[in-house]
Write a protein that binds this ligand. Structure first.
Ligand SMILES: Nc1ncnc2c1ncn2[C@@H]1O[C@@H]2COP(=O)(O)O[C@H]2[C@H]1O
Length: 583
């Protein structure tokens, strides 16, 4: 009997292999890519901090191409937590002409953890690695004295320094909020680029490690040429921008000197809130995404949607639904593109077109008018809820009571900013009361930006730029529009899953079992799923292994999808009463 079952299962598996195998391979590939990407992101900040006493492994192999042994000695990376590794100190203490190509490349790799260093072009990074020397100073040591001439530039590897306006830096120890610079920052650029006196005093607040470039080495190794080349590239970039066409070369060079290059790897947060940011950002390479953290409970659509679904919690019979549109119509209505993350960039375009059609209507006014009106498709009013149906804590909101568990948020993507575009300018000319002040998050997809202080940029703006900027008025869709779209996509996803389950024969032996989550949780932080079907059921507390500190988490619990009680799809599509019609 067992033999028969086994051979039967094997036959079944063989029959379905083709497409199913392909899908599994794709899933595995996606998972591996995701892990690899996450791993790489972590690697940039990685440093082994074992004690030097421990036995250390050396990995090595023979490289046929190079006819040499390639060795990875973990000791090279061993350092006390945060300190510059001894191997790197060894290189940085050699005089530039004694450093080999490998030394330079290795030092360059060690320094990738410093934002300020990483922001330079690769060619300049290598040239810097040739000349940087290592220094460590204690608390209260003055590095630069205001008004004096000295000629070095500093990267901070560890510790903190304060920038003061007195000569001996003592004010930094009395000031409750001194101006601090820390790991990854740099200072003293005046010493390298000109022979003018220092504009401020810099003093160590604690034991601090520096990598220092001296002007003599800088000039002797032609670093000034590379710096000029970088600046020329930035100039060319600005020259090609339509917005700045009317500016003279002199004005553009001013902008070049005001700008600071910043690089962000994939998935890195660029700005927590673009609206609050004091900089204008020019995307010179790559792209980034504008996201909005949507508080679903702040929208009347969500309230209506939640209560409509919670009414079905006791498996009520399908009656009201019969009056609704036919399943075919519903299916057609739901035929919109669905994404694993909520991508609403198209909604922005739609919104933009609408806004253009209704000329004279400002964006902020539009939000206000939408705020209190309910969508017609959902009926004129939210039905009165019967709290006794649900045995869970409730929260009072502007639109009535809502289960506490249902207070969730979702990240939605509003826009992808591409090369050549500008961030932080579109509202610059609007008076304060007309600005859309909703916080927007900027996340890198691998991007290189030039940031310029908004204030400084505004000082350069002339009437031609003002006129071009006035045509820039792009508003993002209101939170209500986004919430409505989120719920529509969510409903479509639920419907699509139900339909697939209905049409497909249930798989008896899945070779790759899906990750099992605890069923009874209402909110699952791993799958980012809110499961409203689990209300009124006894829930087991779920203790996640790792939880980021509360202060680093977003103010709302984030969901990617919401599962809700619903009518059985067999009732909606009575012709397909039995599962497996497709197979
Ligand atoms: N307001 C400031 N913010 C950050 N760094 C500053 C500020 N003022 C001066 N510095 C740095 O302190 C350094 C003092 O020497 P430099 O003038 O060569 O270059 C200066 C800048 O790098």
């Amino acid at each position: 009997m067992r033999k028969y079952i086994l051979s039967h299962t094997w036959q079944l598996l063989k029959k379905e292999q083709g497409l199913y195998r392909l899908i599994l391979d794709i899933i595995v590939m996606i998972r591996v890519c995701k892990m690899f990407r996450q791993g790489l992101r972590g690697f940039r900040e990685y440093q082994i901090t074992e004690t030097a006493r421990r036995r250390h492994p050396i990995f090595s192999f023979w490289d046929k191409k190079k006819q040499g042994r390639i060795t990875f000695d973990t000791m090279d990376f061993v350092a006390e937590s945060g300190y510059f590794p001894p191997r790197a100190i060894e290189i940085a203490q050699k005089i530039p002409s004694w450093r080999t190509e490998q030394d330079v490349q290795a030092l360059c790799n060690f320094l990738q953890v410093l934002d300020c260093y990483r922001n330079y072009s690769e060619a300049l990074q290598l040239l810097l690695a040739r000349v940087l020397r290592f220094e460590r100073f204690g608390r209260r040591r003055v590095i630069i004295k205001k008004g004096k001439k000295s000629s070095s530039f500093y990267f901070i590897y560890l510790g903190k320094v304060a920038v003061t306006q007195d000569e001996d830096g003592s004010s930094a120890f009395l000031d409750p909020h001194p101006m601090l610079l820390q790991k990854g920052d740099c200072f003293g650029e005046m010493g390298l680029l000109s022979s003018s006196v220092r504009r401020a005093t810099v003093v160590c607040m604690e034991e601090t490690e520096f990598l220092v470039v001296d002007q003599d080495d800088f000039l002797a190794n032609n670093l000034d040429h590379e710096v000029k080349k970088d600046a020329q590239d930035r100039f060319e970039f600005f020259r090609q921008m339509e917005l700045l066409q009317s500016w003279s070369d002199e004005k553009l060079w001013k902008l070049v000197t005001l700008g600071k290059v910043e690089k962000y790897s994939f998935g890195q947060l660029v700005s927590k809130d673009i609206i609050e940011s004091s900089s204008v950002m020019f995307v010179c390479r790559g792209s980034c995404e504008v996201l909005r953290l949507l508080d679903l409970a702040a929208s009347p659509f969500y309230h209506k949607w939640i209560w409509q679904h919670l009414e079905l919690i006791d498996d009520r019979a399908l009656k009201t639904n019969l009056k609704e549109a036919s399943p075919v119509k519903r299916f057609k209505d739901f035929q919109i593109k669905s994404y694993p993350v909520q991508d609403f960039s198209a909604l922005k375009l739609l919104h933009f077109q609408k806004a253009l059609e209704q000329q004279g209507t400002t964006f902020s006014k539009k939000i206000n008018t939408l705020e209190d009106s309910l969508p017609k498709t959902f009926g004129p009013k939210i039905k009165s809820q019967e709290p006794h149906l649900l045995n869970c804590p409730m929260i009072k909101t502007k639109y009535g009571d809502i289960p506490k568990e249902a207070l969730v948020g979702a990240y939605v993507k509003l826009h992808t900013v591409e090369e050549g575009e500008i961030i932080g300018l579109h509202q610059i000319l609007l008076p304060d009361d007309q600005q859309d002040l909703r916080p927007l998050i900027l996340v890198s997809l691998g991007v290189e930006l030039i940031t310029v202080q908004k204030e400084k940029f505004c000082e350069l703006i002339d009437c031609k730029v003002t006129e071009k900027l006035s045509r820039f008025k792009i508003g993002y869709p209101s939170d209500n529009d986004m919430c409505q779209k989120f719920l529509m996509e969510n409903s479509w996803n639920i419907f699509r899953k139900d339909l697939i389950h209905l049409l497909e024969e249930p798989r008896r032996h899945p070779p790759l079992p899906p990750i099992q989550y605890k069923k009874k949780e209402i909110y699952n932080p791993k799958s980012l799923m809110l499961d409203l079907c689990n209300f009124n059921k006894k829930t087991k507390p779920n203790y996640p292994i790792f939880m980021a500190p509360r202060k680093n988490l977003p103010p709302l619990r984030i969901v990617q999808a919401i599962k809700a009680p619903r009518y059985k799809i067999q009732e909606l599509l009575p012709r397909y009463k039995n599962a497996g019609v497709l197979v």
